[in-house]
Design a protein around this ligand. Structure first.
Ligand SMILES: [Zn+2]
Length: 511
């Protein structure tokens, strides 16, 4: 189907004056993953780009698979990402309750309507009979399906079975399906009537299946557009049949393509390190993650950048620009997105203060236990200088306390200074006391010191690096001194002098 047709159909929908209402409806059976976040984002952006309403509904009808704490984690993760529901468990609203488990009475009443309309029926088949059907089909190399046996029970038979208290479920009567127009995929007809047996809509335990619950809730919550993963597309014709059986006007459907790993393999919920919770703990920032997830896909009329704000994303989102191509996530680029966002925050005075506090906490947590005299006091000015200087070297804040940047917070150990000539340190101290502390002056001072001491400049730099950082290799020495400023540079040189001076060593003094 052409884009113009999609747009046309869309305009028709809006001109009716009905407000856009969309929902994100996750099951609290585990952690929110990138795929779920992307679905939530598309719904959120679409709602906001049309001045509509974004609803969070918790689909917790599969009680056996519920994970304790998962709902709260899900709500926290969405809030963290900036995806605030207008209606939902914590936001409230006129269309609640927003937990399906609190809507059981509604599904049971609705199922009665379908039975009265002869669109659904009780099924009394035992698990044993269904198992025999499955085995029989497999033996005959057919796809197992329910044979619609109970569809044909007479009303007297049904009455008798109900009266005898037999275990029962309710099944929906499939009919030949009609094609529909998907916002993303165009014209779709998946005729389940030929392929599948009548599906269960109310289970023997009285709880609804997804097919029933999502149709009933979407209708009762006035959902105008269902935007969900393409894995639901084979069920949509079935859902449209249920709408029709109820006599309800269906919403429009848009299915979004699969999210794939960068190597093209299917994205799996089992990739635990790709949960939003894990990525948050890893130090990934919300704006970085949101842009990373969205940039790998489609749906925007202009290229968004690595640090686009939610407002930018809302204003450039165009649902008819979502393509049917599967979306590969280039995970190797995620650190770049995070670095860009970190840089944006460092350059924003409002964020910088908060970052400084976070770094101070990181330093205290990591090095607070070591000998106090060895740890630098990370005052605000120093941390701020470090943050600016380190930006090209880090992708997340915790990198600042990693082994290769530890020297910023912890003074060198005596063992790394043992082979240094104390006389040279004396001369170094005197030279630096007199030198201006800009990069050019420092280089010139060090060059003149090297010639006075009759050692090579390269050798002097090597010694100075060890004195300042304890490192054999690493960042430029003048650069390091700029970060340490005059006071901390001199402090480290004086401390090195003290650590290696023979008279300061009581053991040696006695000899
Ligand atoms: Zn049956």
């Amino acid at each position: 189907m052409s884009v113009s047709k999609v747009v046309l159909r869309f305009c028709r929908c809006y001109s009716s004056g009905s407000r856009v209402r969309v929902r994100f409806a996750p099951s609290p059976t585990g952690l929110l993953h990138l795929g779920g976040l992307r679905t939530a984002l598309y719904n959120f952006l679409f709602a906001h780009s049309k001045k509509g309403v974004f609803i969070l509904r918790i689909e917790d009808t599969d009680q056996s698979r519920l994970v304790p704490g998962a709902t709260q984690q899900l709500i926290d993760d969405l809030e963290w990402a900036g995806v605030h529901p207008d209606e939902g468990p914590t936001s409230g609203g006129d269309h609640g309750p927003y937990f399906q488990s609190e809507r059981i009475h509604i599904y049971r009443e609705e199922v009665e309507k379908l039975i009265k309309r002869n669109a659904a029926y009780y099924c009394f088949c035992t698990e044993n009979r269904l198992e025999l059907l499955r085995k029989d089909a497999l033996r005959n190399r057919k796809v197992p399906k329910y044979d619609n046996h109970c569809r044909h029970l007479s009303s007297d038979e049904v009455k008798a079975k109900l009266a005898s208290g037999l275990s029962k479920c309710v099944r929906f009567k499939l009919v030949p399906s009609e094609p529909y127009t998907d916002i993303v995929y165009g014209r779709i007809n998946h005729d389940v009537h030929d392929i599948e047996g009548d599906p269960i809509i109310l289970k023997t335990d009285g709880w609804p299946t997804y097919h029933l619950a999502n149709v009933v809730d979407d209708h009762m919550m006035d959902i105008s557009h269902v935007i969900r993963g393409v894995e639901w597309m084979p069920s949509t014709n079935k859902h449209l049949m249920i709408y029709k059986a109820f006599g309800y006007e269906p919403p429009m459907f848009g299915h979004i393509p699969l999210l794939l790993n960068s190597d093209g393999t299917k994205f799996s919920k089992r990739q635990g390190d790709l949960s939003i919770k894990a990525l948050r703990q890893e130090g990934i920032l919300p704006r970085a993650l949101v842009n990373f997830v969205l940039q790998a896909g489609s749906g925007f009329d202009a290229q968004v950048n690595n640090t686009s704000s939610m407002e930018d994303l809302i204003s450039s989102f165009q649902i008819d620009k979502i393509s049917t191509n599967s979306c590969r996530l280039p995970f190797t680029k995620l650190p770049d997105f995070n670095r860009s966002e970190l840089a944006r925050r460092v350059s924003d005075p409002n964020y910088l203060k908060q970052l400084v506090t976070e770094v101070q906490t990181l330093v205290a947590d990591k090095f607070g236990e070591t000998n106090d005299a060895d740890v630098v006091v990370p005052d605000e000015t120093y941390v701020s200088t470090v943050l600016h200087w380190c930006l090209p070297r880090i992708t997340k804040l915790s990198d600042l306390v990693s082994d290769n940047l530890k020297f910023l917070w912890v003074m060198p150990k005596a063992s790394s200074l043992s082979d240094i000539d104390p006389g040279l340190l004396e001369a170094l101290e005197m030279k630096l006391e007199k030198s201006s502390f800009d990069q050019k002056s420092l280089v010139s001072s060090m060059k003149s010191l090297a010639s006075e001491q009759q050692i090579s400049y390269k050798n002097l730099m090597h010694i100075l690096r060890k004195v300042l950082s304890g490192l054999e290799t690493g960042p430029g020495v003048a650069e390091m001194m700029m970060v340490f400023r005059k006071d901390l540079s001199l402090e480290r040189i004086r401390r090195a002098k003290m650590l290696i001076a023979p008279t300061e060593n009581p053991q040696k003094a006695r000899e």
